[in-house]
Design a protein around this ligand. Sequence first.
Ligand code: NAD
Length: 499
Amino acid sequence: MRMDVRAPIFPFHMTTPTAARSARPAPRVTQALVGDGWRATGRTFDVRDPWDGSLVAQVTDANEQDARDAADHAVAAFERWSRTSAWERSAILRRWFDAILTHEGELAELMAREMGKPVTEARGEVKYAAGFVEFYAEEAKRIHGETIPSQFAHKRLHTNLKPVGPVYAITPWNFPAAMVTRKVAPALAAGCTVILKPAEATPLSALRLAELWLAAGGPAGTLQVLPCLDPIPVSQVLIHDPRIRKLTFTGSTEVGMRLYAQGATTMKRLSLELGGHAPFIVCADADVDAAVTQVVASKFRNAGQTCVCANRIYVHADIHDAFVARFLLAVQGLRVGDPLDPATQIGPLVNGEALAKVEEHVADARSGGARVLAGGASPGGSSYAPTVLTGVRGGMKILEEETFGPVAPIMAYTDEAEVIRAANNVPVGLAAYVWTRDLGRAYRMAESLAYGIVGINDGVPATPQAPFGGVKNSGLGREGGHWGLHEFLDVQYVSTVIG
Ligand code: NAD
């Protein structure tokens, strides 16, 4: 089959002029939350809309003193919060869940403005974020130890599950609400208190979520938020404070590795949710139309800026051309544009640096002989057109680093063992996807893939009740489900001689 190699034209409408954007309601909260008070430090940093560069808000730039104060509050609040009943914590979490859903539209718009996620997709993230709060409101009541039989008639053995203590949580910009609740909800359910440092690009969603927590009855000091432009000074205070017992981080592998080493000095419990490089394998017997729909959903969600986005698409040679033809049609139908327009499917990349990385990866692939079948350029601003590449080969940057953009490299393969080897031949292991109608092959391939998450005929497997996390350089621990709760619990073993 001959490929259509015309450069597609993407609709690119400036639907919300800058004047109309700045006339939108100002974010309600822009100060740090320390204890139960909103605190200004005299210094602020700008949060800008990636669509047109307009100023969304000037946010308090928290400093080391704020971090020390927050640690004191977190320790004091832990004394009380850790002794509340699970029912009490559950009821407040449940009210928080309701409040988040009540403000779904407002939170989605805030997210669209601070990081460019299309508002319709952002509504989906708000629901997903609320889902963690709902799940852990329920799961709080199921924290229980065990009894263990003893070989001695005079002994009774049991375990208690105890909250680990005050927690320091660091979140990335690409899911400004869901990455917050995925950490904070299980921590609060377990009886921990949390100091949250959101990404510098997206402090507004985190602050508004914290305000809703207080409104839901969350006690002072249980959740505090320290927005800051430079993450290092505040983080150093909290990482080296021995009273903070847990560090939970979502972000890049590079930073995660650094924090892993730093956490050792105070023996922190650690959860690290880091980068990925997801293979998407379409077998010869796959339902091609379903696979195309799901690759599009996986690859182009959040303009390709997710840790579980398909990064390498391996298609069996027998169906390669048919797949590519249908994939191109689907990609050419995607609407790139203003994130505040409900019809937009692909918003701008988070900033110019993100755009430069995508451009570099595509230029590198092109210079190595890859063909650009769609996209391959920025239509303006920090947006990048959904791009399809074929003829991609080992050694190209796009196969070795996270592109974090809307670029789909497609490769043909012929042999199952060969494609598994290629899929596993990366230092990370977060999510992988397999498309097949053969149940035996599905099991075989899932078990052979060195990944924490495998989607079989499912391009969007993440859900609050299931474990999310990776192996190798993709991190440590799991978020979601009961696994996510146990990350915030210590096991205490009690042995009793009864006489
Ligand atoms: P990043 O590592 O640059 O930043 C993440 C967070 O760490 C931000 O809050 C940032 O301010 C903070 N940070 C950066 N340097 C720090 C330091 N030295 N000390 C303390 N804090 C520091 O990552 P990013 O660009 O915000 O996010 C994108 C990355 O996150 C990608 O690699 C993506 O795959 C990964 N990610 C992983 C998951 C997951 O669940 N595994 C989810 C979302 C994103």
